[in-house]
Design a protein. Structure first.
Length: 188
């Protein structure tokens, strides 16, 4: 069984976007990797982001669509390990509800038995500074959500001999994509 190599990041939903952003910047001594007013990513070490904050625009206290914790992410050593895990989980009847190339990562989103979102991911850049640079690019600014992928197709191509580095790379799709295009299940 393949285990992740580290806990990657957490993402919070809030109607108090600026207040939460500033609080985490202050408390963690973090810096901003990316901020477009709808989503921001903060880091405090060599990772491209450790904290993500999503602006819900809500004025009420947290509820099902506005509660704080969005997801927890676990990083795998490489795409082969991630896709081997995908295949093992699929055999057990556990399938992702969303699979996406965010640019910095290739990510598979699952739900735990309580409904919490769990992201299993692999970095698409060998160096954190390259991922951070991508997050400052025009491509990422236009499309910070990413491009939907089919993990079954990636696994098939990997088994056909396509190199993992050819499959796990940042998307180059500079077409605007907002949260309204994310699968509805992501917001449950």
């Amino acid at each position: 069984m393949t285990s992740p190599t580290k806990l990657s990041h957490i993402v919070l939903r809030t109607g108090r976007f600026q207040q939460m952003r500033d609080w985490y910047l202050n408390v963690l001594g973090a810096t901003v990797s990316y901020d477009n007013g709808e989503v921001c990513f903060l880091t405090y070490d060599d990772e491209h982001h450790r904290i993500g904050i999503v602006n819900t625009g809500a004025s009420e206290q947290p509820g099902p669509k506005t509660r704080g914790l969005e997801h927890v992410a676990f990083t795998y050593a490489d795409l082969t390990a991630l896709l081997d895990t995908y295949a093992r989980l699929e055999q057990a009847g556990i399938t992702p509800f969303w699979s996406v190339n965010h640019g910095p990562t290739t990510s598979l989103y699952y739900r735990d038995p309580d409904g919490n979102h769990i992201e299993l991911q692999v970095d698409n850049f060998a160096r954190a500074e390259d991922a951070a640079r991508f997050m400052k690019s025009e491509v990422f600014d236009i499309n910070p959500i990413g491009v939907d992928i089919d993990p079954r197709e990636l696994l098939s191509r990997l088994r056909e001999g396509v190199r993992p580095s050819e499959l796990a790379r940042a998307h180059t799709k500079a077409e605007a994509r907002g949260f309204e295009t994310v699968p509805e299940e992501f917001f449950r």
